[in-house]
Design a protein around this ligand. Structure first.
Ligand code: FPP
Length: 247
């Protein structure tokens, strides 16, 4: 039986989050410029988004540009921004064909205006598509996100709209960029690094973590299915014991 068939026999993760790492090393190994690695990263993302939608994943959230990535050499930042614009233009077809809506998390207002406009257009044009939601984390940093949520709640307290004793986890979740998205069930990181790198720190509290040595441009549908199979073999106890889950 193929992996794709096998994973259909057990509940799928509803939300898969991915740290797409290793584009630069992939390019270096082949003697290419880093930008070529990112271009091949877009191809990998297209494959993974299509495969995810095909098997029935409802939410796919990928780390495309972190708030720390602004510190990379200007030429690389510019190349990534240009790639974002050209990919958005090209991939509208792919999104439409696969019934995928586009969404973003992060401080997208700090992206170049051209990127913001292109994003807005694709988000609007795909807003009614409902088979899967693809979220791009762009200029995203989790500590920044939690800090901003804290600031919003503090303002509400100061304005007398919120009693500090009433602040709940829901208040915090509701003020994160991910408002409305379920928490990820499975977080995948490629390229053999074992770090979270400021990605959805609040939201991954109970996520299953999966690390692979594959560099992102080499990560294909079979690798995704392997990660899902691994996830399905684990028991998510959410702090309880096994017997409580089975009763
Ligand atoms: C990590 O590889 C990847 C990124 C920082 C960007 C990921 C972007 C894409 C897959 C393309 C889609 C997104 C946009 C914005 C067009 P790395 O460069 O950190 O690799 P390295 O660790 O091997 O140097």
């Amino acid at each position: 039986m193929s992996l794709k068939e096998e994973i259909k026999h057990n509940p799928l993760p509803q939300h898969v989050a991915i740290i797409m790492d290793g584009n630069g090393r992939w390019a270096k190994k082949k003697g290419f410029l880093r930008a070529i690695g990112h271009e091949n990263g877009v191809d990998a993302l297209r494959n993974i988004a299509t495969a995810s939608a095909e098997v029935g994943i409802k939410y796919l959230t990928v780390y495309a540009f972190s708030s720390e990535n602004w510190n990379r050499p200007r030429a690389e930042v510019n190349a990534l921004m240009a790639l974002l614009v050209s990919s958005l233009r090209k991939e509208l077809k792919t999104l439409t064909k696969n019934n995928i809506s586009l969404n973003t998390i992060g401080k997208t207002d700090s992206l170049p205006l051209k990127c913001q406009r292109e994003l807005q257009e694709v988000i609007e044009k795909t807003s009614k598509l409902d088979h899967m939601t693809l979220t791009l984390a762009l200029s995203y940093g989790s500590r920044e996100e939690i800090t901003e949520a804290t600031r919003t709640l503090a303002r509400d307290v100061k304005a007398g709209k919120l009693d500090p004793e009433d602040i709940s986890e829901e208040h915090i979740s509701h003020n994160l960029f991910t408002r409305g998205l379920p928490d990820p069930d499975l977080l995948i990181r490629t390229s053999g690094e074992y770090r979270i790198s400021n990605y959805m720190l609040w939201q991954i509290a109970y996520s299953e973590l999966y690390f692979t040595d594959k560099l992102w441009p080499d990560f294909g549908a079979e690798d995704l299915f392997k990660a899902i199979l691994d996830y399905q073999r684990r028991e998510r106890r959410f702090g309880k014991i096994s017997e409580q889950l089975n009763s």
